[in-house]
Design a protein around this ligand. Structure first.
Ligand code: BG6
Length: 490
């Protein structure tokens, strides 16, 4: 959904500029678009954070980050040195009206061209409302100013509504960009192409042909140095409320009447609103929450969550599996199994569409049902399992095989990081791949009963060894339906 565009100039102000997201994702993403000549030399990237740093010091940090987080062939000194000159820094607490706002105002008002202004909030969501009030009071919001809100938008429906209300007081909805980087992934966008440009799939994309669907976002990493945030959030808020539900929307939505941002988002919203509400019984039977304990990966010992957190007690989940149902005629009775976890056996995000078996068989053994894998990352691609005649055996013997496409070698392209395209969409003012206010609220409305039930009834936390595929209870969740996580099928 990205188009080659001519180079743009803008002011990009990051609140929370000393945090992980800026160094790992935002600066590298902007750098790549700069070397692709989509960002002009008049652009300014202004870091804002509380630490009293000089511009030189912040530039050096940025340089170090680029050396660390961009691929070696792209680390040319010439490009890095040129890019670094776009970077500025102001020491400012965006949530405080009395902070050093004059240095930001002076810098911004210095440019008489009045370029597009983008405020990126990479801070705790608790601060979004206050920062907006201050931006408004300091008269820093121009007619072309856009605001980007990192997830999670709040920690509950009520806090999300409050954020939407407070940010909405200063910005119209079409200038609020709620980012979910999963929607920036090429392979998540490709779900739309795969479904709606291939009638062979779309005609089978329903409960007549599909048995069940799995959506997995598995990580091998732990919580790193984000324990402070993560322990208060947990996997349900961190991954399911946003990324997994957005992928589910792309898989489950009806065809939008156009690829216009409102039409697409209306269809996603319909999916979120059609999710069967989770009753206390459903939460008990259809959700699993887990936490990693120590284990090993490739022969190396891996610490437990509590060791990573440096605490002796926490009931925060680092793993979630949920069976979700969608109340529409297309999906009636088709379970959508969602799971995500840290310190799992592999880093992989994927969607598995398990088709129904045929009701009769011409062959002595029943053919295995077809299965479509949409690999979101890594090894972006698609594979479809097929039954063929086993060439080494008699004419009645079948063999399971795959049609498998790896996109990167097939198209000879570098798979860009999701943030690259999304940041340029903000510059273009294109909200198609961002979450609308009502979508965020609908997602919280479905998640909240699970959260509330977990905190009220404190169901057992299922421990799993780091480096495995999660707790056995997650396998049992599917086994009850006679289904399996796809890696258990081999
Ligand atoms: C972020 C979560 O939104 O997504 C992190 O806060 C998680 O906890 C990350 O590690 C995963 O993103 P990706 O693109 O590596 O799957």
């Amino acid at each position: 959904m990205e188009s080659q565009q001519k180079s743009a100039s803008f002011d990009f102000i990051i609140f929370g500029a000393t945090g992980d997201l800026t160094t790992r994702k935002l600066l590298p993403a902007l750098f790549y678009r700069y070397i692709d000549k989509q960002i002009s030399d008049n652009t300014r990237i202004i870091g804002a954070a509380r630490s009293p740093l000089s511009i030189e010091y912040f530039r050096q940090r940025a340089k170090d980050a680029l050396h660390q987080f961009i691929r070696e062939p792209d680390r040319t000194v010439h490009h890095i040195d040129k890019f670094i000159k776009l970077i500025y820094y102001v020491s400012l607490n965006g949530a405080e009206a009395e902070s050093n706002w004059s240095s930001l105002s002076t810098l911004l008002n210095d440019d008489k061209q009045n370029p597009i202004r983008i405020f990126y909030f990479a801070t705790s969501p608790k601060l979004y409302g206050d920062i907006c009030d201050n931006l408004s009071e300091k008269k820093l919001i121009t007619d072309t100013t856009r605001v980007v809100l990192e997830k999670p938008i709040g920690t509950s429906l009520e806090t999300a509504q409050e954020i939407n209300k407070r940010v909405g007081k200063h910005f119209p909805e079409n200038r609020i960009f709620r980012i979910d980087h999963y929607l920036g992934k090429e392979t998540v966008q490709n779900i739309i192409a795969l479904r709606f440009a291939n009638p062979v799939f779309e005609r089978l994309w329903n409960s007549d042909a599909i048995d069940y669907i799995q959506i997995t976002a598995a990580e091998t990493v732990g919580i790193g140095n984000r324990g402070g945030y993560y322990d208060g959030a947990g996997a349900l808020r961190d991954m399911v409320q946003n990324h997994l539900l957005q992928v589910l929307c792309m898989v489950a939505m009806d065809p939008p009447i156009s690829l216009n941002e409102e039409d697409l988002r209306n269809e996603k919203l319909k999916v979120l609103r059609s999710l069967k509400p989770m009753t206390p019984e459903d939460v008990k039977h259809d959700t699993v929450r887990g936490q990693y304990c120590s284990g090993s990966h490739n022969g190396e010992k891996i610490p437990s969550y509590l060791e990573d957190l440096k605490k002796s007690h926490s009931t925060t989940e680092t793993y979630v599996a949920i069976k979700a149902l969608i109340n529409t005629s297309r999906w009636s009775g088709v379970p959508f199994y969602l799971r995500t976890g840290k310190r799992l056996a592999e880093k992989t995000s994927e969607v598995v569409i398990q088709f129904k078996p045929s009701t009769w068989s011409l062959f002595p053994t029943s053919p295995q049902p077809n299965r479509l894998h949409i690999r979101i990352q890594p090894d972006e691609g698609v594979s479809l399992s097929l039954q063929v005649k086993d060439p080494s055996k008699s004419h009645t013997s079948l063999r399971n095989t795959f049609i498998d496409i790896d996109f990167s070698p097939a198209f000879h392209i570098r798979y860009p990081d999701a943030y690259e395209g999304l940041l340029m969409d903000v510059v273009k003012g294109d909200p198609l791949l961002f979450i609308r206010c009502d979508e965020v609220e609908a997602a919280w409305r479905w998640i909240e009963p699970i959260l509330n039930n977990w905190s009220k009834n404190n169901p057992p936390l299922c421990y799993y060894k780091s480096g495995t595929w999660g707790p056995k209870e997650a396998q049992e969740l599917l086994a009850k339906d006679n289904h399996f996580w796809h890696e258990d099928m081999f």
